[in-house]
Ligand binder design. Sequence first.
Ligand SMILES: *[C@@H]1O[C@H](CO)[C@@H](O)[C@H](O)[C@H]1NC(C)=O
Ligand SMILES: *[C@@H]1O[C@H](CO)[C@@H](O)[C@H](O)[C@H]1NC(C)=O
Ligand SMILES: *[C@@H]1O[C@H](CO)[C@@H](O)[C@H](O)[C@H]1NC(C)=O
Ligand SMILES: *[C@@H]1O[C@H](CO)[C@@H](O)[C@H](O)[C@H]1NC(C)=O
Ligand SMILES: *[C@@H]1O[C@H](CO)[C@@H](O)[C@H](O)[C@H]1NC(C)=O
Ligand SMILES: *[C@@H]1O[C@H](CO)[C@@H](O)[C@H](O)[C@H]1NC(C)=O
Ligand SMILES: *[C@@H]1O[C@H](CO)[C@@H](O)[C@H](O)[C@H]1NC(C)=O
Ligand SMILES: *[C@@H]1O[C@H](CO)[C@@H](O)[C@H](O)[C@H]1NC(C)=O
Ligand SMILES: *[C@@H]1O[C@H](CO)[C@@H](O)[C@H](O)[C@H]1NC(C)=O
Ligand SMILES: CC(=O)N[C@H]1CO[C@H](CO)[C@@H](O)[C@@H]1O
Length: 773
Amino acid sequence: MGVVFFVCSLLLIIFSTRGNADINTSSPLSIGQTLSSPGGSYELGFFSPNNSRNQYVGIWFKNITPQVVVWVANRDKPVTKTAANLTISSNGSLNLLDEKQDVIWSTGEAFTSNKCHAELLDTGNLVVIDDVSGKTLWQSFENLGNTMLPQSSVAYDIPRGKNRVLTPWKSYNDPSPGEFSLEFTPQVPPQGLIRRGSEPHWRSGPWAKTRFSGIPGIDASYVSPFTVVQDVEKGTASFSYSQLRNYKLSYVTLTTEGKMKILWNDGKNWTLHFVAPSSPCDLYGSCGPFGLCVRTSTPKCKCLKGFVPKSDEEWRKRNWTSGCVRRTQLSCQADFSTKTRGKDADIFYRMSHVKTPDLYQFAGFLDAEQCYEGCLGNCSCTAFAYISGIGCLVWNRELVDTVQFLSDGESLSLRLASSELVPNFMFINTSEEARKNDLEPQDVSGINFFEMHTIRTATNNFSSSNKLGQGGFGPVYKEKLADGKEAVKRLSSSSGQGTEEFVNEITLISKLQHRNLVRLFGCCIKGEEKLLIYEFMVNKSLDAFLFDSTLKLELDWPKRFDIIQGIARGLLYLHRDSRLRVIHRDLKVSNILLDERLIPKISDFGLARMFQGTHFQDNTRRVVGTLGYMSPEYAWAGVFSEKSDIYSFGVLLLEIISGEKISRFTHGEGKTLIEYAWECWCETKGMDFLDQDLGDSYCPLQVGRCVQIGLICVQHQPVERPNTLELLTMLTTKSDLPSPKQPIFALHTREDESTSIDVITVNGLTQSVIQGR
Ligand SMILES: *[C@@H]1O[C@H](CO)[C@@H](O)[C@H](O)[C@H]1NC(C)=O
Ligand SMILES: *[C@@H]1O[C@H](CO)[C@@H](O)[C@H](O)[C@H]1NC(C)=O
Ligand SMILES: *[C@@H]1O[C@H](CO)[C@@H](O)[C@H](O)[C@H]1NC(C)=O
Ligand SMILES: *[C@@H]1O[C@H](CO)[C@@H](O)[C@H](O)[C@H]1NC(C)=O
Ligand SMILES: *[C@@H]1O[C@H](CO)[C@@H](O)[C@H](O)[C@H]1NC(C)=O
Ligand SMILES: *[C@@H]1O[C@H](CO)[C@@H](O)[C@H](O)[C@H]1NC(C)=O
Ligand SMILES: *[C@@H]1O[C@H](CO)[C@@H](O)[C@H](O)[C@H]1NC(C)=O
Ligand SMILES: *[C@@H]1O[C@H](CO)[C@@H](O)[C@H](O)[C@H]1NC(C)=O
Ligand SMILES: *[C@@H]1O[C@H](CO)[C@@H](O)[C@H](O)[C@H]1NC(C)=O
Ligand SMILES: CC(=O)N[C@H]1CO[C@H](CO)[C@@H](O)[C@@H]1O
């Protein structure tokens, strides 16, 4: 990011420094002369940008090369001759006169007592002072160019009709005003705004006491150097910044290209401290009304939740200007008598990490609850945000310039018709409550793309200390991003898919969202390297609990029964309710993750599909799965279906009841876990099968029923196993169960699961090759 400096003409003019003297009626400043501020920080004189023939009167940092000009007097009208004087007249006006004593530039008339002088202060401010009254008659700080210094300010004063803004140079060697401007808006609270002509170009987001709410990270690491003072009643506001310690010099400038930059100097070099706009999402309203610009994703634009592109055709061509429109009319719009409460009332969908939209209104509600109530109660309120340092903001017009960051930012609550958050599929109709619990309002409109360097940083370059485990498709790492809610899976084997196919597939998978599925946030692709970014689960996987002598005590029977039902719900969603109809193919205890409330979430779903194509029985006969969990028809013939997942679920169920690992377990004369379950069911209706460490927190009927369901699920013939809907009914009701037959198939394996294979190759009908990882 280059910083532009202005090079002054060095050779032809020999400067004579008049030190810190003044300009007075008898002593003008001529070309070739300069005036220093008393402390020697700034200098006033004539300069020529980039060795042009044009001369301007300006102020720059003294003894800093290349020269940085911070103020120009005659921006529009250069001196083209070799002689000119900056003079002060007895009437108090500062004038730039040419040889013929014609006025090139003037500060204009000031009422004065006949005696005055101009001096350059150590703040970089050029002031005209009345010698009698001592009053400041004029100052350069009230007539800013493209630069703001620590003691100057951008400000407005509505009653006086004043709006002090920054305007950039037209080009590198033309200081006349360019097309942009930087100003502060009279909104409450105000925000910094760069305009291009009269159109908004970039905005800082509303000021929140110590920071600009729309600039992520700028407040996080240090005390903000900015000060904004607004007096709503008087109609005034000003924005200034203070010098940071350890830095001798600094300035804020608006460049020719319309970028606001902040630069610090430690006495040697300039450091670019801040620049905006800096990313495509920074450009005002780039995704149109009700669009959302996502910083980490390509394409950058999405519609806000509950909105659809106004024109699909334009949207496909990546012309986002017309934005999005609401998909489902709000219930309060349909019937605005008082449909703001009750069953069909509109709801609010909360988005995090956003730069809140423009056109906000300050509402004087005291707390977040009132803010919500206030917005809910007024149909014209389409969104609200309760922002620390501001309070309650509401939106009554279209939502423009909403940006989503990866971290930081604010939460914005969006008013939607309640049907927008209920997906168009049915859940098991157990009760209204259960139905509510199964749904998690989430944004399903797309997938996030992450930058590789972001992931590398967040995982400490995939360091082993960040490794959480090794899954079937590659190692999993913890990511230290934002609030630590993400995990990264690094896909180890190439899926053989092209990037586009991969993205399509991942996008589909990311749309599978259910309370009992691990959420896929996004992916990252760099060359051959492919990463998936998942929601992070604090309590890791079920096997970490179940097979640990201490942790297993946390899972009493009611908890285990909840977990079993949760897994079945997730499975039903995958098999039946989602638009994709996914067969998991590698359901096992280590693929069940637990959130902080120990709610089970199935992970790695959809990956088998991606790695193996989507045919019901694929030709390659490569089987993804884990020994012990694989149904006979899948292990031997590579045939998979809903029923092969049911088999795996049965094994999982038996493991959860017994607290025993299928791969480790032997009983008596080498009986497998399934054979042992059969024996216990025949002899004690399954009671002996229950984990001995459970104490007596269980209900014998429930346990017996679960053992029986487990046995029905691992029946040899797929037709004898329940389908997923039947399975969930068996688990959630007291309906009659069929009697299981004695299991006649079990893959005998004594290998530890973690070293066992995830991929085996099956040729024809005999299992011949087993490949380790
Ligand atoms: C005007 O400025 C010159 C040079 O700085 C100084 O010598 C002179 O005394 C000043 N004249 C008056 C009237 O202040
Ligand atoms: C102030 O002085 C300048 C320069 O001497 C002159 O051009 C201008 O007309 C004067 N203004 C008034 C009101 O006398
Ligand atoms: C500038 O001022 C000096 C001193 O008053 C004078 O000698 C000179 O002629 C002036 N030059 C112009 C171009 O007015
Ligand atoms: C300075 O002028 C030269 C020649 O006119 C030009 O090539 C160069 O780009 C200019 N530099 C800047 C920073 O504008
Ligand atoms: C600062 O400037 C000096 C001299 O130009 C240079 O050698 C040094 O590398 C610079 N330091 C930084 C951090 O840019
Ligand atoms: C984008 O669409 C708008 C209409 O919504 C149209 O006016 C504009 O010309 C289009 N821009 C481009 C680059 O096609
Ligand atoms: C709802 O909000 C709009 C916009 O702020 C306001 O004009 C209107 O008076 C409000 N209506 C009620 C009933 O408060
Ligand atoms: C299904 O849900 C509805 C509404 O939630 C409820 O009234 C009905 O009793 C439920 N039906 C069954 C069979 O549970
Ligand atoms: C990260 O690891 C890769 C491969 O191990 C290595 O090439 C690269 O230099 C590392 N990067 C950093 C920043 O440590
Ligand atoms: C056993 C265990 O690790 N339980 C943890 C699950 O997650 C919650 C929330 O972080 C912790 O409080 C539990 O200790």
